[in-house]
Design a protein around this ligand. Structure first.
Ligand code: N01
Length: 535
């Protein structure tokens, strides 16, 4: 790599100023390290900076989806809604940056294009698009598991006459669909949130659905003041109880320890109904085996299909909206008025499951021999999840090893934190970790602490580098798949498996179960970083 500007040096370079990068910068400074964040965007916030589509909001409750590292922060911040919307989450990220004086450690508009490990100096040399080069002992990739947008290679996409919006690259100025015909491709979490709101504005909305989505109601509303006061009276205890939950959240309503198969049909109906009324992810905890046993899963799935038939008046539309895959296998959607939106006379559903979209045309698109016309196109087509951000970089480890070659068969890693051949490079919330299966902020804080402790260990033991070993990596990847194989998660084509991106190697990437994962990471550290080479 070459650069006109000589590299500027710090202890720790962090890529990304989302929640992961902000947290890492704060922790690094507390530990006395010189650290710098390189952020491609014009401000902080990561996911919540970019995903500004109508209806964007978190689907973990606000009181949980926030940092726990500062008692003052968690006491003083007031959420307005049960599930915070994107503008409020972005305000929170900005508040954190200001409150902890982080802004002078963040270079904005500094897109990282690549990084190379200099074996002679044991340092990473990081290149940016327009901010020169930087050098650091440690490189922390906090670039997010869901931040490389997936734009399908539709034939003719560039020929479309109107605007094309991707939900993850939404414009900063308001987009007004009033009076327009709009086409939406994609019915995952982003599409499910955006469709009801676009439907209220657009003259006509046509949704192109490849896989029907299971969505449970959010029942969002103003944050209950009594609930807030109760949590704040012992916020630390609440955080601790959540950290002991499999997904790092939901301790207020833990999974029912009963099997769905042991309940009578009436008991099941009542139990599903009760959780449906509460809303959110807790629905999958109606019984302990919904995500473990396909028969139990089928009962929960049929309950949701029954709801779809009740909500959607046109039976054919209800049939098309009814998913057939295991529920929760693709990430469950949490909605506000999604299915009901299809009762509006201006909303139309087109099934593209058997006949894919052939081409985008100047006036719309064609599929199955028919043309559909619209003035604006929304791509709610998701992300090249977990690996996309790293694979889009020119990232080179020892002996010039390219990440694209290292990960040719899938994202090899150890503990979801490090990669053999890439010493001193840490991945926050990446493949092989619990990130996508948890309240990601719990996973981020865990990773940030582990990384900070690891660096302190190297320094006190006079070691310059830490690197995962190949056998540890192979065993870890097998472990992640083994854990998933004891569940229903391998029964569908999800982004967890890389199956949403044509040609992407199939490897189950996220790890289930936060508490055992946190224990394993701690155990490895306690034993002098077993499975790593320290030099
Ligand atoms: O992306 P997705 P997303 N032709 O991949 C379809 C998080 N998130 O942005 O299922 C036609 O889920 C694709 O079809 P299929 C959350 O973790 C959280 O919605 O592949 N259709 C699917 O319907 C979530 O899981 C929140 O058959 C095509 C859709 O596009 C993750 O981000 C909100 C297609 C993509 O769905 C991703 O969600 C939003 C093609 N060629 C996101 N290619 C909250 O916290 C893709 N599709 C609430």
């Amino acid at each position: 790599m070459s650069s006109a500007i000589p590299p500027r040096a710090v202890d720790l370079l962090i890529v990304g100023a989302g929640f992961g990068g902000l947290c890492m910068l704060h922790r690094a400074r507390q530990r006395g390290l010189s650290a710098l964040v390189l952020e491609s965007a014009a401000s902080v916030g990561g996911t919540w900076y970019h995903n500004r589509y109508p209806g964007a909001r978190v689907d973990i409750q606000s009181m949980e989806y926030s940092f726990s590292f500062s008692e003052e922060l968690q006491q003083e911040w007031r959420w307005t809604e049960r599930y915070a919307a994107q503008p409020e989450l972005l305000r929170y990220a900005n508040h954190v940056a200001d409150r902890f004086g982080l802004r002078d450690g963040i270079r904005l508009n500094a897109r990282v294009t690549g990084a190379a490990f200099d074996e002679a100096a044991n340092r990473w040399c990081v290149e940016t698009e327009s901010d020169g080069a930087w050098s650091a002992r440690f490189l922390v990739m906090a670039s997010g598991p869901l931040s490389a947008p997936n734009v399908p290679a539709f034939k003719g996409l560039e020929s479309f006459a109107g605007p094309v919006y991707h939900t993850a690259q939404w414009p900063h100025e308001p987009v007004d669909f009033t009076g327009l015909r709009v086409g939406v491709v994609g019915t995952g979490s982003s599409g499910v949130q955006a469709i009801p709101l676009i439907a209220q504005q657009a003259r006509e909305l046509t949704v192109f659905q490849r896989t029907a989505a299971y969505a449970v109601p959010a029942h969002n509303g103003p944050l209950d003041a009594a609930f807030e006061a109760r949590i704040k009276a012992d916020y630390a205890g609440f955080r601790e109880r959540n950290r002991r939950m499999p997904a790092g959240f939901g301790s207020e309503l833990p999974p029912n320890p009963m099997s769905a198969l042991e309940a009578t049909p009436d008991e099941r109906e009542a139990a599903f109904e009760a959780r449906w009324r509460i809303g959110g992810f807790s629905f999958l905890g109606t019984y302990r085996d919904i995500m473990l046993d396909e028969r139990a899963n089928a009962l929960a799935a049929e309950f949701v299909r029954g709801k779809i038939r009740q909500i959607v008046r046109d039976p054919e539309t209800a049939r098309l909206l009814s998913p057939s895959q295991t529920i929760g296998c693709k990430r469950l959607c949490v909605d506000t008025g999604y299915y009901a939106a299809y009762n509006r006379p201006n909303v139309h559903l087109v099934d593209v499951s058997r006949h894919p979209i052939d081409a985008i045309t100047p006036a719309g698109l064609t599929t199955n021999g028919r043309s559909y016309e619209f003035d604006a196109l929304v791509l709610a087509t998701g992300f090249d999840a977990m690996t996309g951000t790293l694979l889009r970089l020119d990232l080179r480890g020892r002996k010039g090893l390219r990440i694209q070659d290292k990960w040719r068969a899938g994202p090899l890693n150890y503990l979801g934190l490090m990669i053999e051949g890439f010493p001193n490079l840490f991945n926050v919330a990446g493949p092989g970790s619990t990130s996508a299966f948890t309240n990601v902020i719990v996973s981020i804080e865990h990773h940030v602490d582990w990384i900070a402790d690891c660096i302190a260990y190297l320094d006190t033991h006079g070691r310059a580098t830490i690197e995962a070993t190949a056998p540890a990596e192979a065993a870890w990847v097998a472990h992640v798949t083994d854990v998933a194989s004891r569940t229903v998660y391998l029964t569908c084509n999800s982004w967890y498996l890389g199956a949403n991106i044509p040609g992407k190697p199939r490897m189950f990437m996220p790890l289930l179960g936060f508490p055992p994962y946190a224990d394993q990471c701690a155990e490895v550290a306690r034993h002098g970083y077993e499975g790593f080479v320290l030099a």
